[in-house]
Design a protein around this ligand. Structure first.
Ligand code: SAM
Length: 269
C-alpha cells in the first residue's frame, strides 16, 4: 500500500513537472528511463532509446554550423528540455572552463567524449594552436561526437580517438605514434569516463610520462556516482605529488544531487 502511494506520488510529481515545462530535470520520464537502463548505460554507454543520436540531430537542426557556443547551448537545451544526457553539463562545465582558462593548455587529453559536449566546451577556450584529444571507447559515441565537432567547426582543435587508455597499450601506442604524445606533452587532462578506471588510467598516463610539473587533472563525478579510490589517492597525495582543489557542485542538469569535481595540480613528476 505504502509502495503504491510512493509510485503514485512520483508519477504525480513527474506529470506536474512535465506540465510546468520540466523545471526539475530528474523528475522527467527521460531521467527515469535512464535510471531503469543503468545496466545498459554502464556497459554500452548509451541509454538505449536512441537519445544520443537524437541529440546530434537536434543540435544540427538548432545550432548554426560553425558556431561552438551555439552547439554547446543546443546540447544543454536538449538535455534540459528533451532528454537527460550524461554530459558534464553547464554547472560543472563552468568549473572545467575556469580550470582551462587558468592553465591555457596547448595539449589536452580527455577520457570519455560521449556526444562531444565537454570537448566542445574545451575547444572554445584553448589558446591559439591548442588541441584536445578525446579518447572514447564506444565507436558510436565517437561518431556522434565527431559529427557535432565538425558541425560546430571545431575539427581543427579536437580529435576523437576511439580506444581506451586501459586496453593493454594499443591506444597509448596510437597516441604516441599517430598523435605525437611524448614525455611532458600534456598540460591538462579531463577524466570523465568509467569511474572505476579513473585512478588506473591516471597511473598509466603518469607511467607514460606525458604529464609535467604544473599539469592539471580535472575529474568529474568524484562525488556521484563516485570514484572513491581516485579521491582517496588524491587525499593521500595532497601536499606530496599533487595539490587538489575540491569543487562542491551538483550532478549535471539539476540542483538536488550533490557532486564533487577534483582539480589536481601535479607538483612534482
Ligand atoms: C560521462 S560520459 C562523458 C561525457 C563527456 N565528457 C561530456 O561531458 O560531454 C562517459 C563516456 O566515457 C566513455 N567511456 C567509458 N569507459 C571508457 C574507457 N575505459 N575509455 C574511454 N572511454 C570510456 C563512454 O562510452 C561515454 O561516452
Amino acid at each position: 500500500m505504502v509502495l503504491l502511494y510512493i509510485v503514485c506520488g512520483v508519477i504525480g510529481l513527474i506529470v506536474l513537472n512535465t506540465l510546468l515545462g520540466g523545471p526539475v530535470p530528474f523528475l522527467r520520464w527521460s531521467f527515469l528511463r535512464m535510471l531503469f537502463s543503468m545496466k545498459h548505460l554502464m556497459s554500452e554507454w548509451q541509454v538505449g532509446d536512441g537519445r544520443e543520436e537524437a541529440a546530434a540531430s537536434y543540435v544540427i537542426a538548432h545550432a548554426p554550423a560553425g558556431n561552438i557556443d551555439s552547439a554547446v547551448a543546443a546540447i544543454d537545451q536538449y538535455a534540459y528540455r528533451q532528454k537527460f544526457l550524461i554530459n558534464v553539463g553547464d554547472e560543472k562545465g563552468a568549473i572545467l572552463d575556469a580550470a582551462i582558462d587558468r592553465v591555457k593548455p596547448r595539449r589536452m587529453l580527455e577520457l570519455g567524449a560521449y556526444v562531444g559536449y565537454s570537448a566542445l566546451r574545451a575547444a572554445r577556450r584553448l589558446p591559439v594552436g591548442g588541441h584536445v584529444f578525446s579518447v572514447e571507447f564506444n565507436p558510436a559515441n565517437a561518431a556522434i561526437a565527431r559529427r557535432l565537432i565538425n558541425h560546430a567547426g571545431a575539427a581543427d582543435r579536437v580529435t576523437v580517438v576511439v580506444g581506451s587508455i586501459g586496453d593493454g597499450g594499443k591506444t597509448v601506442k596510437a597516441l604516441q605514434e599517430e598523435y605525437g604524445f611524448k614525455p611532458g606533452c600534456l598540460d591538462f587532462v579531463f577524466i570523465d569516463h568509467a569511474k572505476e578506471a579513473y585512478l588506473s588510467d591516471l597511473q598509466r598516463i603518469l607511467e607514460a610520462g606525458w604529464l609535467h610539473e604544473g599539469s592539471v587533472v580535472v575529474a568529474d563525478n568524484v562525488g556521484f556516482p563516485g570514484a572513491p579510490d581516485y579521491k582517496a589517492y588524491m587525499e593521500a597525495e595532497e601536499g606530496k605529488r599533487w595539490q587538489t582543489k575540491t569543487h562542491k557542485t551538483h550532478v549535471e542538469y539539476q540542483k538536488l544531487i550533490p557532486d564533487l569535481v577534483l582539480e589536481s595540480r601535479l607538483t612534482s613528476v
